[in-house]
Design a protein around this ligand. Structure first.
Ligand code: 0RA
Length: 656
């Protein structure tokens, strides 16, 4: 049937289609966020998401991602295969439409060929639009079907049957367009992290990844999904109990009767010596960074269950109830919901917040019921949990008291607990001010001399900052460096933190490019993560990247020079300077004078910064967990293996 149609018979609809893809090429960032490494990998996620949807519907339990030597990548699944029949209105095969129509999810709502691509984002057509080529092979109905696009989605090989098969599934191979992206180098770690996260969320499905450039391969497969996710996040912590997990469904009674139920899954664990709170939430396999109704429901159910248990067992003195925050100290929890499209609502600027009202009721009752039962069944754990919560409550009350006393003190606010080492910026235009937190007093002095006095403030650090993962808030507040930091930022901490009050638009961590420097970065990030999370979410925290080399020579009694940050720019610098060059290798900030430090690392026009972006929980928790955990040898090993000082990590983005 399908092979009798003349696919080259373009009509008005198909012209419209091409114009759509041209729009994507003109403004790629509108569709994939950016054209850097993050945007590049977005192309892969779009394609993988479709296979994940298919597996989630129960078709296919293996998804394979293969990075090829020529810079292309393929995604193969064992689902039903993308439909190849002719779409009635446009007379174009469905598979061709899916790869050439924007938001194809919506467009197919009325047809039999509905995809939920629209759920995740923009769909495979965007990947096609931004690719040098894109080959699609569909194994379906006993036949192998193939079509190919080139040069941003132009159909060059129309759908044809190329063989017989008894398999079913879809294979998509594409090569990102080098004219669009600043890099077309797929990163193994980035891809593994994403697929591992998908595998945790979609248990019992294999996510197999192969890198043909170097022979690496991994198979992410989890029988127990979320529980194993918790296990990885807490791998370097000291658990207080087993991992607790529940799942259930919720049928909304007052709505549309033939609606699919909401499916809920939760895994959680408490750890000793952990004063943070890690709650991750997902809806239809997509992370909801800004929480929403399901997270609210989780907090409500948890607070209710723990307080009711404590009251029923007379564990609280007087009538004082535990606050939610006291109950969440040391908690790692992951909640994953499947919500039918009909009642799916997202809010906020980035649509990262669930709005569906039913999700709150559903999760609140789900958590309350299951946790109440669990606490009763595990009495000893429950009692020790209440004790931990009471400790957290006492620490919080002590910290509040200390803060109130500091506030009441008559001294002007700025020198209450300032260490006296801060060199402030002169401008009161806070948004354009920058705070440099500098490793070491000597580099701090150099930075003070070299800085832009109007907009740049310097806070030198003596030694390693306190580890806020293993110390209480009370202890943190007594720490001179952190007290100074909190005061100079001037926006409070924790739930009191208000980013609008921040005295700096950028907080820049400037350390040596060695393991100690990386450790200091992580300790500071841990602090910001726990106590000033909005700064990180807002993209206000940066890491300065000092150059590693200076290539120079004398020409007519003058020094010509060029800085280099990595091997590639070193090669370029050597060419620019020409023969007989000399190379300085910088081992630390201390080896630069104030002019050099300004020019290379502080001057907004010439420096390189990386913006800290802790959106990837696996990367963050692995990094923070391993770096901050109790086992120092583990930490050193991890730093050596995972931090490439010549490159930027995948969770940070280069900016000026
Ligand atoms: C629409 C309908 C059907 C399957 C798919 C889309 C589908 C899309 C992708 C994308 C990658 N892999 C995929 N696998 C399937 C179902 C059609 C039917 O009823 O057979």
């Amino acid at each position: 049937m399908a092979d009798k149609i003349n696919y080259n018979n373009y009509n008005e609809d198909s012209i419209e289609v091409l114009e759509g893809l041209e729009g994507v090429r003109k403004r790629p960032a509108m569709y994939i966020g950016s054209t850097n490494a993050t945007g590049l990998h977005h192309l892969v996620w779009e394609v993988v998401d479709n296979s994940v949807d298919e597996a989630m519907s129960g078709f296919g339990d293996k998804i394979t991602v293969t990075i090829h030597k020529d810079g292309s990548i393929s995604v193969q699944d064992e689902g039903r295969g993308i439909p190849v029949g002719i779409h009635k209105k446009t007379k174009i095969p469905a598979v061709q439409l899916i790869f050439s129509t924007l938001h194809s999810g919506g467009k197919f709502t009325e047809s039999a060929y509905k995809t939920s691509a629209g759920l995740h984002g923009v769909g495979a057509s965007v990947t096609n639009a931004l690719s040098e080529y894109c080959d699609v092979t569909v194994y379906r109905d006993g036949k192998i079907h193939h079509l190919r696009f080139e040069n941003g989605g132009r159909l060059v090989v129309p759908l044809e049957i190329v063989g017989n098969t008894n398999r079913h599934g879809t294979l998509v191979t594409f090569k990102p367009d080098a004219k669009i992206f600043s890099t077309i180098d797929f990163k193994w770690d980035t891809i593994c992290n994403h697929l591992q996260e998908s595998a945790f969320l979609l248990k019992k499905v294999h996510f197999y990844v192969v890198d043909e450039r170097n022979g690496l391969s991994e198979d992410f497969f989890y029988e127990d999904g979320l529980s194993q996710y918790i296990g990885v996040i807490n791998q370097n912590k000291e658990p207080m109990s087993d991992i607790i997990s529940f799942d259930d469904v919720y049928n909304s009674s007052d709505r549309n009767n033939n609606l699919e139920p909401i499916q809920m899954e939760l895994a959680m664990q408490y750890c000793n010596g952990d004063y943070g709170e890690t709650v991750l939430s997902y809806v239809n396999n997509v992370r909801t960074h800004d929480g929403g109704t399901h997270e609210t429901g989780l907090r409500m159910g948890l607070t209710r269950a723990v307080n009711d248990f404590a009251v029923d067992n007379s564990l609280l003195r007087g009538k004082m109830k535990l606050e939610g925050g006291d109950i969440r100290e040391g908690l790692t929890a992951i909640i994953s919901l499947r919500i039918p499209e009909e009642i799916l609502e997202f809010e906020g600027q980035t649509k990262g917040k669930l709005g569906t009202p039913d999700a709150m009721t559903a999760v609140n009752n789900f958590v309350y019921t299951n946790l109440t039962y669990y606490l009763k069944e595990h009495h000893e754990f429950a009692v020790s949990l209440i004790k931990k919560c009471i400790d957290a409550q006492n620490a919080r009350l002590a910290a509040r008291k200390a803060k109130d006393e500091a506030r009441k003190s008559k001294k002007p606010r700025n020198d209450i607990i300032l260490s006296g080492k801060l060199t402030p910026a002169q401008s009161k235009d806070y948004k354009s001010n920058e705070l440099f937190i500098v490793e070491g007093e000597s580099a701090g002095g150099t930075a003070r001399t070299g800085r832009d006095r109007i907009h740049q403030a310097i806070l030198p650090l003596r030694g390693k900052p306190l580890n806020t993962d293993t110390n209480t808030m009370d202890k943190m507040l007594k720490n001179e460096e952190f007290a100074t930091l909190i005061n100079t930022i001037g926006a409070g901490i924790g739930t009191d933190f208000d980013i609008d009050d921040a005295h700096y638009g950028k907080i820049i961590i400037m350390t040596d490019a060695d393991t100690d420097g990386a450790h200091i970065q992580t300790l500071l990030l841990t602090f910001f993560y726990h106590y000033m999370k909005p700064l990180i979410k807002n993209g206000s925290v940066y890491i300065a990247v000092p150059p590693l080399y200076r290539v120079h020579k004398e020409v007519n009694k003058e020094i010509v020079y060029q800085y280099a940050w990595d091997d590639a720019s070193l090669a370029e610098a050597k060419v620019k300077i020409g023969s007989n060059y000399k190379i300085n290798r910088y081992k630390g900030l201390g080896e630069m004078n104030s002019d050099q430090l300004w020019e290379t690392t502080m001057n907004p026009r010439t420096r390189m910064l990386v913006r800290v972006n802790i959106e990837d929980p696996l990367l963050v928790e692995k990094r923070v967990g391993i770096l901050m955990g109790k086992d120092a040898s583990n930490r050193r090993k991890w730093i050596e293996e995972n931090i490439d000082f010549n490159a930027t990590d995948s969770f940070i983005e280069e900016v000026r």
